[in-house]
Design a binder for this molecule. Structure first.
Ligand code: OAD
Length: 252
C-alpha cells in the first residue's frame, strides 16, 4: 500500500477528523501565503515596512491609515472562491465524518466551501468588532481611510494581530477537537506561529498527516508527510476514496 492509499484508508476508518489549516490551503484560490517565496512577508511594501510589523496591534493603533491601506490591498479577497482542498474537507463531512477545521486563515473560504464546524484562530477579515464587542459584517461598516464605524460606533477588523491574545473559547474548542480526534490532518502551514502550531501536540493518536509543499520545524513528529501541492494530493486521495465507494456500492 502506498502512502496516499494508506492516508485514504485512515480517513475511511476515522470518525473524528481534526484539521489544522494555514495560508497554503488558499494559495490555489489566488490568495498569497506569508512565508513562501511569493508570500506577503517577502514582499516589499511601498514604504519598506515589513508586512509582519503591519499586522500588529501597535502598528494598527499608531498608523491606522497605513494599516487600512495595506489591509484592503493585501488581506481582503472578497471574490476568492474555495478550491479542491477546501471542498475535500466538506466532502469528508458529507461522507459522515465529524470534521472540525481549525484554521489560521482569515479568508472564510472553508465556510464558503460549506464546512460547518470551523474554528477561526486568527479571526475573519470579512467581519468587524465594534467598540462594545458586537460582531458585524465588514459590509455593514462605514469606512474611511483610517477608521471604520457601525451606527456611529468605532469598529475594527475581527482579526488577531500580533501582540493580541487569541480567543480563549476558540482555543479551548480547538484543543478539545484535536485531543479527541481519530486522525489529525495539517494542511498548508509552515507551523511557525504559536499557539496555533503547538496545537498539534494535543493530538493523542498515531494517524497524523501533514500536507505542505515545504518542510516545517515540526514535520518530524508526523506519522505521514506529503511535501506536495494540496490540490494534487487531494485529487489522489479522493480517487482512492471514490474507487472504494464505487466498489462498496457495487457489492450492496
Ligand atoms: P505560512 O505562509 O507561514 O505557511 C504556508 C505554508 O503553506 C508554506 O510552508 C508553503 O510551503 C505551504 N504552501 C503554500 N501553498 C501550498 C500548496 N498549494 N500546497 C501545499 N503547501 C502549500 O502561512 P501560515 O502557516 O498559515 O497570522 O502562517 C501562520 C500565521 O502567520 C498566519 O495566520 C498569520 C501569519 O502571521 C497572523 O496574521 C496573526
Amino acid at each position: 500500500m502506498d502512502a496516499v492509499e494508506c492516508a485514504a484508508k485512515w480517513f475511511q476508518t476515522s470518525q473524528k477528523v481534526a484539521v489544522i489549516t494555514g495560508a497554503g490551503i488558499s494559495t490555489e484560490s489566488g490568495i498569497p501565503d506569508f512565508r513562501s517565496g511569493e508570500g506577503l512577508y517577502n514582499e516589499e511594501t511601498e514604504q519598506g515596512i515589513p508586512m509582519e510589523d503591519v499586522l500588529s496591534w501597535s502598528f494598527f493603533s499608531e498608523h491606522p491609515r497605513e494599516f487600512y491601506r495595506l489591509f484592503n490591498e493585501k488581506l481582503l479577497f472578497p471574490d476568492a472562491r474555495p478550491n479542491t482542498g477546501h471542498f475535500f474537507l466538506k466532502r469528508l463531512e458529507d461522507a459522515g465524518h465529524d470534521v472540525t477545521i481549525i484554521t489560521q486563515n482569515i479568508d472564510g473560504l472553508h465556510q464558503k466551501a460549506g464546512s460547518t464546524r470551523v474554528l477561526e484562530l486568527h479571526g475573519n477579515a470579512g467581519k468587524i468588532i465594534t467598540e462594545y464587542g458586537s460582531e458585524k459584517s465588514l459590509d455593514e461598516a462605514v469606512r474611511d481611510e483610517k477608521e471604520m464605524r457601525v451606527d456611529g460606533e468605532w469598529a475594527r477588523p475581527a482579526i488577531t494581530l500580533y501582540g493580541e491574545a487569541l480567543d480563549r473559547k476558540v482555543l479551548q474548542e480547538s484543543v478539545q477537537a484535536i485531543s479527541e480526534a481519530d486522525i489529525l490532518l495539517v494542511m498548508g502551514t509552515s507551523l511557525n506561529v504559536y499557539p496555533a502550531a503547538g496545537l498539534i501536540f494535543e493530538y493523542n493518536g498515531n494517524r497524523s498527516v501533514l500536507v505542505n509543499r515545504e518542510g516545517t520545524p515540526l514535520s518530524d513528529g508526523f506519522a505521514c508527510v506529503f511535501s506536495r501541492p494540496i490540490g494534487e494530493w487531494v485529487e489522489e486521495v479522493q480517487q482512492y476514496l471514490d474507487a472504494d465507494q464505487h466498489t462498496s456500492d457495487r457489492n450492496e
